[in-house]
Design a binder for this molecule. Sequence first.
Ligand code: HXC
Length: 514
Amino acid sequence: MALKKKIQELKKKRELVQMGGGEKAIEKQIALGKLTARERILKLLDENSFQEYDLFVEHEARDFDMHKKILHGDGVIIGTGSVYGKSVCIFAQDFTVAGGSLGLMHSRKIIKIMDHALKMRVPLIGINDSGGARIQEGVNSLAGYGEIFFRNTLSSGVIPQISVILGPCAGGAVYSPALTDFVFVVNNISKMFITGPEVIKTVLGEEISMEDLGGARVHSEITGNAHFYAESENECFEQIKKLMTFIPWSNRDKPIKQESRLPLPEYDIENIVPDDPRQPYDIRDVVRSVADGSEFFEVQESWAKNMVIGFARMNGETCGFICNQPLVLAGVLDVDSSDKASRFIRYCDAFNIPIITLVDLPGYLPGVDQEHAGVIRHGAKMLYAYSEATIPKMTVILRKAYGGGYIAMGSRHLRADFVFAWPTAEIAVMGPEGAANIIFRKEIMNAENPEKMRKEKVEEYKQKFANPYVAAARGYIDSVIEPSETRNILLHAIEVAKQKSVSLPVKKHGVPPF
Ligand code: HXC
């Protein structure tokens, strides 16, 4: 009987704490179109799989009347559960409790689940909805963030870390998501910024809305901080689950193997790339024409669109695709696209996901803006990432591969394992027009008919270099292939490279051009 009573007591306690900040605060949360922290966890995880810890944690803050405040769960829910029947660790900040602000005990809860995730080698999913450091707890809050950042860094490349921004994510709070692998945002709900509109108004005298400062679109299209954008929380959870079909649970695991499927017949690989090298096309159609079921899961779809990155499957196994996008700026490399590709290469390498690079670019974007924005430093990241990556690397040159772009896009010289080129490939130091103007300048200038001479010289250069055979003659590419052979040749290459084993010189770590 005593036990029954105690169980009743426990149930009541649980119910009370699970109400978070209480009915009014929950109503406010719902009115903003948001789910509660608990609903979010339950929606994301497999049914009945969630096991909560530290429900009864209490804060010990005393200043600013904090001793009078009961903060249920200290504003964060932590626990374990499963997705696709496989274990994950998760935390969700509860905005209904002191605005989800991060005090000492709140941070200790997050730290506990982060440590579990790393020890157990399972993914960590963090749902962020918080006013940032709990102001009343001073340096203890800052210490909490520091401990979280440290763990984000230790876990990087060992377990997947997924951040979901479902409310404000203010001040230093943004840096934990920024250290994780994938950041998900939702329109009208997600807000990320270092200094909020109030501070900007005080310091700079400028008025800006939270949405324009750091809303979901800003981070998906302008800053590149977000990797996935959704219109609703439900769509966001579907995206997370989809991502989790492609990635391994740790750097010692493989992604869940799927059935091999043929690409759909509507993606006819011979009819995607136009004959005229100046005509654009959507490189994603080429990915779809070689990938299982023509399924391509794009990452950072709306940012630096001249580079396309994402996951697809080849014979049931995940590959990372890195492709120039001729539809946008002719697919040039620039500051943002270099950042986008380099980080993705490092992600794939850390988690043993083979990389397939599709090349069609005229080179780096010229201009003062790019030079002053540091295109040298950012472009160097690509060289570093490809050179350092030891996973199987396959490259296909479809059309243009000019200059530094040829080298940077997974070339043989950065140790691609297999490099193929279509017969339409043009591999040269620069495009025929530019090249002819420079090397035949005198002949063109002195000719009776300079325009005619220029055309002849462009043609001469094209004949000599605008093809794949000069590179093939040196063994820089392994085979010139028909477009229709691409999928089977890639499948063969992936199979051959399965047991690939190479090592880098022994060192503590390199010094990439961060
Ligand atoms: C303590 C906080 C808080 C915070 C919000 N609250 N942020 N309490 N510390 N940082 C509390 C509010 O007092 C309020 O409590 C409740 O949460 C809900 O907040 P509201 O302001 O009513 O909500 P809303 O109008 O929706 O505005 C949300 C908000 C705003 C935009 C996030 O609260 C805000 O601007 N907060 C401060 C954001 C910020 O500048 N954070 C940076 C902190 S410094 P009651 O009791 O009234 O319900 C930082 C540095 C860390 O993070 C560096 C680490 C390296």
